[in-house]
Design a protein around this ligand. Structure first.
Ligand SMILES: [Zn+2]
Length: 166
C-alpha cells in the first residue's frame, strides 16, 4: 500500500495522476510549500488551515473523494462530514472568540465537497461582508497578530477535538 509520507494516510495510486489540485495535494508524497496546513485527516475527511494573511482563522473541511453535492453522500456520510465541520467551528470559536463564524460551501471549481469555516471579526477587512466581497477597510495589525498568536494552539486543539472520530 502506498502511503503519504507526510500524513501516513493510505493513498489511492490512481489519484496520483489526477489533474485535480486537491487530489494532488492529498497524494503529495513529500512536504512542499503550500497555502494550506493539514490539521487532521482520516480516510474520508481532511481539515486544513488556510494560510490567508487577512483571514487567519480560516479552515477548510474537505471530503477526500470526488463527490458533487451533499445529497450524493448517504445520510451517515453527511452526518459524519457535518460533525467534523461543526467540530472545526467549535474549536475556532473556543480559541478565537470571533464575532461570527461563516460556513460556506461553494465548490464550483474543484470536484470535492468542502466547507469553508471562517472566523470573522468586526475589525476584519471585509466584515460584515463575505471574505470574497470588496474590502471595507485595512486590516488592523495589532488584532491580526493577536489572532495569529492564539492560532498557534489550533493544530493541537483540532487533533484533540477530532480524536473522538478516530
Ligand atoms: Zn480531486
Amino acid at each position: 500500500m502506498i502511503k503519504n509520507h507526510a500524513t501516513d494516510m493510505p493513498i489511492d495510486p490512481s489519484m496520483t495522476h489526477s489533474p485535480c489540485v486537491l487530489c494532488q495535494e492529498m497524494t503529495r508524497l513529500t512536504h512542499s510549500p503550500t497555502d494550506t496546513l493539514v490539521l487532521w485527516e482520516d480516510s474520508r475527511v481532511r481539515i486544513v488551515q488556510v494560510k490567508d494573511p487577512l483571514f487567519p482563522g480560516f479552515c477548510r473541511v474537505i471530503w477526500r473523494t470526488h463527490c458533487r453535492e451533499m445529497t450524493d453522500l448517504n445520510i451517515e456520510e453527511q452526518r459524519y462530514f457535518m460533525n467534523i465541520v461543526f467540530t472545526s467551528e467549535h474549536v475556532l470559536r473556543t480559541l478565537l472568540c470571533p464575532e461570527k463564524i461563516n460556513l460556506a460551501s461553494l465548490g464550483n471549481q474543484v470536484p470535492h465537497l468542502h466547507w469553508h469555516v471562517i472566523a470573522r471579526f468586526a475589525w476584519d477587512s471585509h466584515f460584515p461582508h463575505p471574505i470574497w466581497a470588496q474590502a471595507q477597510r485595512d486590516t488592523p495589525t495589532r488584532q491580526l497578530i493577536d489572532v495569529q498568536q492564539r492560532l498557534i494552539a489550533l493544530p493541537a486543539a483540532i487533533r484533540q477535538a477530532c480524536s473522538q472520530f478516530s
